[in-house]
Design a protein around this ligand. Structure first.
Ligand code: ATP
Ligand code: MG
Length: 749
């Protein structure tokens, strides 16, 4: 159960307490017209989660009322998703199409009550007659048809005597209603097309507003939970049930904010376009935000559930940062998966003073993972290391192998570089090295100090594997579609090398490849003779990652990640700092390690902390951004000081600037030495949260896009995202997205 009660659970509790319902019954009602995505996961967690929490039940119902786009394969995908997330829909899946007859009878009843009529205006006219927010609608002349005429026409519509669009059935409510949705909403439309379940039996199909409330009623649902864009439909929901005299226990509708994530598109329509357009390999492409995509990529159900729990349930639309989801999977895997070594870009190392062979025993799990298991790692004269783990002329702060600097081979020995061999074009193709016999991991008496340990594999025993590295599918924060795709979202490495035990024992499907990230044995393409691993997520998230992508040597600057053990132990002072940082300031051990081991960084950090008490935010910037700068130069050469950094963090902390802007400010500060406040003022980068500043921009966007406004008002509520995106764009990303969201929604109402 969620730690703190959300508004929906409060309502449910109240309703159970007052005896309004004896049992809570919810439903998850997707339309089977695409694969479910992470937004559906949120809805699944809410509906099934509430039913579980209060010993009720949740129905899985296919809302299959539009035969044009629906298909059994989507039904199967939806069932898979719910099951994979660990929920139980009981003995059977429900379908709205199973109620077509009952729904039809209800429609007949409404006609007989004089509450519904067959209209014969065309689509265009219906829209025109509906009026606008400022203008009443007009009722169609067909609204005066007699009950007999209406019954007769509906019967003939059902039998397929008319063409699509010739007639519709409408509720007779109020063409002057302030809520436009109540201006005689459509109940049925003609679709002369085969339905994937009912075949040619029906030529009319019920509209959402008619089918949904009645399906809920038929199934005995108590709480019908949907997303906010249906807020105005609630009036129709109640109207239908009230007019038909369907009394308690009847369902009521409640709305919550739909999930939106940056760098992600989430509508099934847009996802279908990518699938059909071949921009992705299918609905389960590991880059898609579909449940099938996450599953194939290697996400765990627990990580998704945890994410849904973290984002909570609210009534205000907002944007969730994609890194929050990445955090959840990293957090889940860190605690359980085996560690192994895989070299993605192999560079041969010949250890000249080593002859022979040995098997090194090494645990799959670091000490803080409560699991046991180990493997043997073959060690021999010829090994491969990661190409980027050797640099001849290293930048400052490079901890790995150089001409002068030895490095530890993880779990094995320390080596020193002796000679570099090049091909005729000057590329390094091999390193000749020496190992230090007394430096064996765990038994080290060599006294040699190293600053890091790197992964490696033995040349003869290593297995060749394919590794698929995934990055975000979109490079735009608020992507619209194909034009915003990230061209580098997939990189296939055909000849990575992995230690043999991973293939032979397969202790798990998921691994941490040390220093590379978390990986998953692809459930479809993996073969024993050709293993394939998907990258699930990197080991950590940092600003510097984005910078790297623009770099001509994309893999050459991977952030150093200190790994457990095998590296020089901290001295007493470093250890004291480390303990203080983790225990008192709550830093994670990676950040604390980076700071504690580097005197320049720790004193920079301490100094900024003495100005601003924001230990975590400061530590993140100092250990990433400042550390990066200090690799190129000394502290005294920096153009900025600890004071600058605390000023920057303060603006971030109090929401004056967004994360994105902070990155820009940092870049300018590095070059010019101006203070963050000055930079923000000069460039007018302050996050705009004042409605009076944002409203005129919204008005302009609305004025410039009359077509989309019309579509929105005609019911395409998903265009909200378009308007928000335009406003954010025209403020250069400075407007506060939360506030823009609220204002746009209000203006378009
Ligand atoms: P899409 O726009 O992706 O096609 P939809 O709303 O049309 O989504 P349905 O299949 O009709 O999708 O929705 C099934 C359920 O999932 C509905 O209750 C809907 O409100 C919910 N849902 C869909 N998208 C989201 C989202 N992004 N966040 C939360 N719930 C969602
Ligand atoms: Mg839909």
């Amino acid at each position: 159960m969620s730690k703190c009660k959300d508004f929906l659970r409060s309502i449910v509790e109240e309703d159970l307490k007052s005896g309004k319902y004896r049992e809570v019954a919810t439903r998850f009602p997707p339309e089977p017209n695409g694969f479910p995505h992470i937004g559906h996961a949120k809805s699944i967690c809410i509906n099934f989660g509430i039913a579980d929490d209060y010993q009720g039940h949740c129905n899985l119902r296919m809302d299959d009322t539009n035969p044009t786009t629906e298909d059994t394969k989507y039904v199967e995908a939806l069932k898979d998703a719910v099951e994979w997330l660990g929920f139980d829909w009981g003995s059977s899946v429900y379908f709205t199409s199973d109620y077509f007859l009952q729904l039809y009878d209800y429609a007949v009843k409404l006609i007989k009550m004089g509450k519904a009529y067959v209209d014969s205006l065309d689509e265009e006219e219906i829209r025109e007659y509906r009026g606008t927010i400022t203008e009443h609608g007009r009722r169609s002349k067909y609204a005066d048809r007699t009950i007999e005429e209406n019954l007769n026409l509906l019967e003939r519509m059902k039998k397929g005597e008319f063409k699509d669009g010739e007639h519709v059935l409408r509720a007779k409510i109020d063409m002057a209603a302030a809520n436009i949705k109540m201006r005689d909403p459509l109940l049925y439309r003609i679709r002369n097309i085969k339905h994937f379940r009912t075949g040619d039996e029906w030529s009319i199909y019920p509209m959402y507003d008619f089918a949904h409330c009645l399906s809920d009623y038929i199934e005995g649902i108590s709480h019908s939970i949907c997303t906010l864009e249906f807020e105005n439909n609630r009036a129709i929901y109640d109207w239908v049930l009230d007019e038909l005299g369907l009394e308690l226990p009847r369902p009521y509708q409640y709305e919550f904010a739909r999930l939106a994530i940056n760098y992600t598109v989430m509508s099934k329509r847009k996802l279908l376009k990518l699938v059909d357009g071949g921009q992705v390999s299918g609905w389960d492409d590991p880059r898609l935000p579909t449940i099938a995509g996450y599953k194939r990529r290697g996400y765990t159900p627990a990580s998704i559930l945890n994410f849904c729990d973290q984002i909570g349930i609210t009534k205000a639309n907002s944007m969730v940062d994609v890194s929050q989801l990445e955090f959840c999977i990293r957090d889940d895997l860190n605690k359980q998966v085996p560690r192994a070594m895989c070299v993605l870009d192999p560079l041969k190392v010949t250890i000249e003073n080593y002859d022979g062979y040995e098997d090194i025993d090494a645990s799959y799990y670091p000490h803080d993972v409560p699991k046991e298991g180990s493997r043997k790692i073959p060690f021999s004269k010829e090994i491969y290391i990661e190409r980027e783990d050797f640099i001849e002329k290293p930048p400052k702060g490079y901890f790995r192998l150089t001409m002068e600097q030895p490095v530890r081979l993880r779990h094995a020995y320390i080596i020193t570089c002796k000679e570099v061999i090049r091909d005729t074009s000057g590329n390094i193709i091999e390193i000749k090295a020496e190992y230090h016999p007394k430096s064996k991991s765990g038994l080290d008496t060599s006294g040699i100090k190293v600053k890091s340990a790197i992964q490696w594999v033995s040349a003869k025993e290593a297995k060749k594997v394919e590794v698929r590295l995934y990055d975000r599918l979109f490079s735009a924060e608020l992507p619209e579609g194909v034009e915003d795709l990230n061209p580098n979202s997939l990189q296939v490495i055909k000849n990575a090398l992995i230690e043999p035990a991973v293939i032979a024992d397969r202790p798990d499907e998921r691994f941490q490849f040390e220093r590379q990230g978390y990986f998953y044995a692809d459930p479809i393409d993996y073969r024993d003779e050709k293993p394939v691993f998907n990258k699930i997520v990197s080991l950590k998230d940092s600003w510097s990652k984005k910078k790297k992508e623009n770099n001509s040597e994309p893999r050459a600057q991977t952030t150093t990640i200190q790994i457990d053990g095998e590296v020089a132990p901290m001295n007493e002072a470093e250890q004291t700092l480390f303990d203080k940082y983790t225990q008192k300031y709550g830093l994670n051990s990676e950040v604390a390690n980076t700071l504690a081991r580097d005197e320049q960084l720790s004193s920079f950090y301490e100094e900024s902390l003495s100005i601003l008490s924001s230990p975590v935010s400061l530590a993140n910037i100092v250990s990433n951004e400042v550390a990066r700068e200090l690799k190129q130069m000394e502290v005294k050469e920096l153009k900025f000081t600890a004071k600058h950094i605390s000023e920057l963090v303060k603006m971030l902390d109090d929401d004056t600037i967004s994360n994105k802007i902070a990155k820009q400010v940092f870049e300018v500060m590095v070059k010019t030495g101006k203070t963050p406040i000055q930079i923000v003022e000069d460039k007018r980068l302050i996050q705009i949260s004042d409605p009076s500043e944002i409203e005129p921009i919204i008005d302009k966007v609305i004025a410039n896009n009359p077509d989309n406004v019309a579509k929105f008002k005609a019911g395409n509520s998903k265009l909200l995202g378009f308007f928000v995106g335009q406003v954010l764009k025209s403020t250069g990303g400075k407007a506060n997205p939360k506030i823009v969201n609220q204002l746009v929604a209000k203006k378009l109402q």
